[in-house]
Design a protein around this ligand. Structure first.
Ligand SMILES: [Zn+2]
Length: 507
């Protein structure tokens, strides 16, 4: 980022630092950015934009923008959005912005997992908590259970907070690869709605087909006219976006079915396919040239210095056929706590995401990110049907369609890596409770000193004791004194001949 060009922008870039999402304004059933929030967005006059473009044409060439998705689960770690859906949403956004030379890439892997009940269910009233989790050097997007602003007439799909400078999007929008992500990022880069000022649609029943006022009731915003006479000051302040009185909110299709006339009596003709508008079901949504200029001048402004980067993202389109080799499609694997998943890598892919979803409970899923072409999964339940999905991606190309199939786990707990002297290794009761001793039955063809330990999933040793292994059948006791909290742990028997590991659950 050119410092000199930044300085020349200081005069026209006003990035607001005050204000926050409030619950004082009714929101629509779509985006939570109200007129009062839009008024906190910076504005750039067409004259200033043209002067800057002439002085700094390089700032209107290709731009790479770092992005971080904060996936928020509840306090127990449940309910988190699936990364594959987010990758697909990112691809849709990159497709929308690519014609304008703007590419978004996953910064440092691109995902940050947060467990927070308050953010999960009510991010809009916990702005200070959101601030604590921001990356600060990327477009910060928080994917939550809902994006409600607690005072709405419908469901809020997402919003940009001008005061907090972050985006909240509910996870369903990401799962569906909806248009919401591109829209909210438009707000992030200063764009207003083409219907700015209309927090409620123009009410034909109450006011008649011809709009009888010059300002919007309620917000008092100047109403944009069809003759273009006030296009630079009314609504979004842009003259290449048509007047819009929010009638797309209820039209239910990509167009207008009303015969509304503006204040002058000119027929209202809105542009339905704008990304920043509310018309639904358009096959494609676009940004106008003036909208693109404003986004680029916002990116170039000093308030966006934190997005500057020297990273060269990998936009290479991934091609070929991804073939999962292990397990086989529709097969039943013998073990459940040691399942190898392997696939033939595809050309030009830097990363893979492996997703395993419980077929009878979609909220029970595991996702693993790797640069390898195999992983070893120890998290699954016995005798359960799962859907396995593998998706290759690069940090700026996430459009390769995922492939996958169903498979079933068996009931065998034997991990494949047990040392050869051990057989019939069985841990019980499992699950147990915190006051029960955990017993280990085993048969050994070796004798000697060993250590039996219980570690948490992060590898921290919770309990450890020395035991003696003898030849033949035996029972070991992993003593407990009732002070292990409920959760998932690993029991390990470590010997000079190798280590046996089993997952245990304390309830
Ligand atoms: Zn919006």
């Amino acid at each position: 980022m050119n410092i000199k060009s930044k300085l020349s922008l200081l005069a026209l870039a006003v990035v607001t630092t005050v204000g926050s999402v409030t619950a004082q304004h009714q929101h629509r059933g779509d985006c939570g950015v109200t007129y009062s929030m839009e008024q906190q967005l910076p504005t750039y006059s067409e004259k200033d934009v043209q002067l800057f473009k002439e002085a700094h044409p390089e700032r209107f060439a290709a731009i790479n923008i770092p992005i971080v998705f904060h996936t928020v689960a509840d306090g127990n770690g449940d309910g988190r959005a699936q990364r594959i859906g987010i990758l697909n949403s990112l691809h849709r956004m990159n497709t929308d912005y690519a014609p304008h030379g703007i590419a978004f890439y996953l910064k440092d892997g691109g995902f940050n997992e947060i467990n927070s009940s308050s953010l999960f269910s009510m991010a809009s009233s916990n702005g200070s908590v959101v601030q604590n989790f921001k990356d600060g050097a990327a477009v910060d997007i928080f994917v939550t259970e809902n994006a409600d602003t607690n005072n709405g007439i419908g469901t809020t799909l997402g919003f940009y907070s001008p005061g907090g400078d972050y985006i909240i999007i509910r996870k369903k929008e990401m799962a569906d690869s909806s248009a919401t992500l591109s829209h909210e990022v438009g707000h992030y880069f200063s764009l207003r709605h083409p219907h700015s000022g209309w927090d409620e649609p123009y009410d034909i029943d109450a006011n008649g087909l011809q709009v009888p006022f010059t300002n919007v009731p309620g917000t008092n915003a100047l109403i944009e006219l069809m003759d273009g006479s006030n296009c630079a000051t009314a609504a979004d302040g842009l003259c290449d976006t048509a007047p819009d009185y929010l009638l797309g909110f209820s039209s239910g299709f990509c167009g207008q079915n009303s015969n509304v006339l503006d204040y002058n009596g000119d027929p209202l003709v809105s542009q339905a396919n704008l990304s920043m508008g509310y018309f639904s079901d358009c096959p494609k949504y676009v940004f106008t040239p003036q909208q693109v200029d404003r986004m680029k001048i916002n990116i170039a402004s000093s308030g966006r210095n934190f997005l500057d980067n020297t990273h060269t993202p990998n936009e290479t389109v991934i091609t070929g056929d991804l073939v999962i080799t292990t397990p086989e499609a529709a097969s039943t694997v013998e073990n459940y706590n040691g399942v190898e998943v392997a696939w033939e890598g595809v050309q030009d892919a830097d990363n893979y995401i492996v997703q395993i979803v419980n077929f009878s409970d979609a909220s029970d899923f595991y996702e693993y990110t790797t640069t390898n072409t195999s992983i070893y999964v120890t998290d699954l339940e016995p005798n359960s049907v799962y859907r396995l999905t593998v998706k290759p991606y690069n940090d700026a190309y996430t459009g390769f369609p995922e492939v996958g199939f169903r498979f079933q786990t068996g009931s065998t707990t034997t991990a494949v890596e047990d040392p050869s002297f051990v057989s019939d290794f069985m841990v019980y009761p499992n699950p147990s409770n915190s006051t029960q001793n955990i017993l280990v039955d085993m048969t050994s063809e070796w004798s000697g000193n060993a250590t039996i330990s219980i570690t948490d999933v992060a590898g921290k040793v919770i309990k450890s004791q020395a035991v003696q292994i003898v030849n033949g059948k035996q029972q070991l006791v992993a003593n407990q004194s009732g002070d292990i909290q409920s959760g998932v742990y690993f029991l390990q028997l470590a010997t000079s001949q190798g280590t046996v590991t089993r997952k245990i659950i304390i309830q």
